[in-house]
Design a protein around this ligand. Sequence first.
Ligand SMILES: NC(=O)C1=CN([C@@H]2O[C@H](COP(=O)(O)OP(=O)(O)OC[C@H]3O[C@@H](n4cnc5c(N)ncnc54)[C@H](OP(=O)(O)O)[C@@H]3O)[C@@H](O)[C@H]2O)C=CC1
Ligand SMILES: N[C@@H](CC=O)C(=O)O
Ligand code: NA
Length: 433
Amino acid sequence: MAFKIGLLGLGTVGTGTVQILLDTNGRHPLLQGLSLHRVGVRSLSKPRQVELPETLLTTDLEEIVTDPNVDIVVELIGGLEPARSLILKAISHGKHVVTANKAVISRYADEIFTAANEKGVYVMLEAAVGGGIPVIQPLKQSLGANRIHRIMGIVNGTTNYILTRMQLEGVDFSEVLAIAQELGYAEADPTADVDGLDAADKIAILASLGFGGRIKLSEVYCEGIRNINASDISYADRLGFVIKLLAIASRDSQATAENDLLSIRVHPTLVPKAHPLASINDVYNAILIEGEPIGQVMFFGPGAGAGPTASAVVSDILNIAAVLNSPLSGEVHPLMSCTHQHYCNLAPMEDLITRFYARFITQDESGVIGKLGTCFGNHDVSIESIVQIDTHGELAEIVVVTHDVREGNFRQALDEIQSFNVVNRIPSILRVL
Ligand SMILES: NC(=O)C1=CN([C@@H]2O[C@H](COP(=O)(O)OP(=O)(O)OC[C@H]3O[C@@H](n4cnc5c(N)ncnc54)[C@H](OP(=O)(O)O)[C@@H]3O)[C@@H](O)[C@H]2O)C=CC1
Ligand SMILES: N[C@@H](CC=O)C(=O)O
Ligand code: NA
């Protein structure tokens, strides 16, 4: 049976998707049963990288999502509105939906999946996390037998590209961001990438799948890479680490059978060079999943860009087409739908147990290291190393790395240290894996 696709958006990912749909040779035979029915864009006069009959393009996206001939709506416009409303309207008109829009899914999953389940249609989102890396379907299906303990990864291509270039070439942050934008990796508003918001959307989605409940995005701790500078990258390197923006979701150590607490966070992290995530560079993403009984599995691949992301989009279209072609097509496939009802509880950050790296600018005088050490000790913060790493005139630069400590205790110690006369400032505080 042939299925008609209504595509919303012909930008980076939309173009990659059309390129696959128009060039089916050697790919899965089901692709030959798909036809591009309408394509919605903002501007009809914009030059395009794919040749399509003019009659296919429209700026009336509502017309696409309500068109009785369209079977599958593919939303690739991004942003919250009108994307959310168009997805909901498509569902209400009985269309299956494929989207790459993590911003909409992480905020409106409840509304969208409830509507989809009522209508008996699928909403597929493989491209929304990890770009081309298959990670949504594996979490829903292949890892379904496991109790998931932790999901941790590099899930934003733009920031990984920026950090890699800063690390390897010592180039400036803004210069690299412009290149990531040119390469089509960054969001329309790259603040979402740089400030960790895109990674927070993605880890909320992964956590929801892995831990079987909805996540309130506002409760996800999120810190971006804006304050990472060359000094920290270089000191981290000397200490045996690289700096990566990690997204981590795990069961909190205080979780009980009655209170299934999760810890979900996004922040730049010092990753030991020997750790598998330390070698994930450029636009590549990797997601390390720990479960019982499987142990650890890592998914690795290109996290952004036209072709890789379109690969995920089209795989979702194929999954829907395959199910619609099957004799059971009247029923919603339980491993392709989402039926979460409850919201997970998230632990406060002050209860997090983690290692820290902190850089202090102090007066270069005797006894300063002792004062810092004593204050940390008073707050039950155990120190792994404390070294004066540099001097600038009358000022010294001191780097502290702690053992696993409670974040709340560490913050209290820092508040006290900040008030010491000998302490000029604390320019960097980073967590260590
Ligand atoms: N780029 C990437 O590597 C990845 C992107 N994603 C996600 O994919 C989605 C699309 O991203 P990307 O392709 O990069 O975005 P682009 O900005 O490159 O493309 C957006 C497309 O949507 C159209 N569009 C936007 N708003 C409207 C509107 N209100 N009405 C009509 N058309 C509209 C634009 O039209 P026009 O061309 O006329 O301006 C453009 O064709 C986003 O959700 C993004 O987060 C996910 C993974 C990777
Ligand atoms: N802007 C995102 C695109 C893919 O999701 C990223 O850089 O990872
Ligand atoms: Na993916």
